[in-house]
Ligand binder design. Structure first.
Ligand code: SAM
Length: 192
């Protein structure tokens, strides 16, 4: 885990200090138990991986999986805050937002993480041509995410990568043969 002495809630993260090296950064937003984060980090040792998760039990599970990996760090925090305030501009090669809470009840839908402000913060944190992978099993949320992505400038839709490891929720949905909806957004320069 990133220790208190290495970051503050007011300053952007010093990624080189936190990871002890300079390398492309991949960020898993709401990383849950860390299955996906650690499987991918093991597969791609030349990349740095940051898992962001708000629940401490899940951060602890992720930390246990990450114990043998020197390219993984964890941050217990609200993802949107971290993306907006803590990640340096143009510092992220790839974001993953896998199975964000769908908040199906109408009165709870304002709690959904994907909003225009969130996607604008993601865009600001992405490097040129950087990408965010979004997956959900929830069609209504998927359509709202698509609408939101279309409403802001600066992203193009890209092809999903079939070769990503399964996350814990991805595995659960695969076992139920549920349809998974993917949206991959690549940062582009807005047309003037
Ligand atoms: C449905 S689970 C998916 C976990 C993991 N991505 C997977 O695919 O297995 C959603 C996760 O996101 C976390 N989460 C939800 N909203 C969050 C937020 N705003 N900031 C950080 N974590 C969040 C939840 O605690 C939970 O672990």
């Amino acid at each position: 885990m990133i220790s208190q002495s290495q970051y503050s809630l007011a300053n952007r993260l010093d990624l080189e200090k936190i990871f002890g090296r300079k390398a492309p950064l991949h960020v898993d937003l709401g990383c849950g138990d860390g299955s996906f984060l650690c499987a991918l980090a093991q597969r791609l040792p030349d990349k740095n991986f940051l898992g962001i998760e708000r629940l401490s039990g899940r951060v602890q599970s992720s930390a246990r999986k990450a114990a043998s990996l020197n390219n993984v760090r964890l941050l217990q925090m609200e993802s949107s805050y971290a993306v907006h305030y803590l990640l340096p501009a143009e510092s992220v090669e790839t974001f993953y937002l896998l199975f964000p809470d769908p908040w199906p009840k109408r009165r709870h839908q304002r709690r959904r993480i994907v909003t225009p402000d969130f996607l604008n913060s993601v865009r600001a944190a992405l490097e040129r041509n950087g990408v965010i992978y979004i997956a959900t099993d929830y069609l209504d949320y998927f359509r709202k995410i698509q609408e939101t992505a279309e409403s802001i400038r600066g992203f193009a839709i890209d092809e999903p990568d079939a070769d990503l490891p399964l996350s814990k929720f991805g595995l659960i949905f695969a076992q139920k043969s549920a349809t998974i909806y993917w949206l991959v957004l690549r940062k582009i320069s807005p047309v003037r």
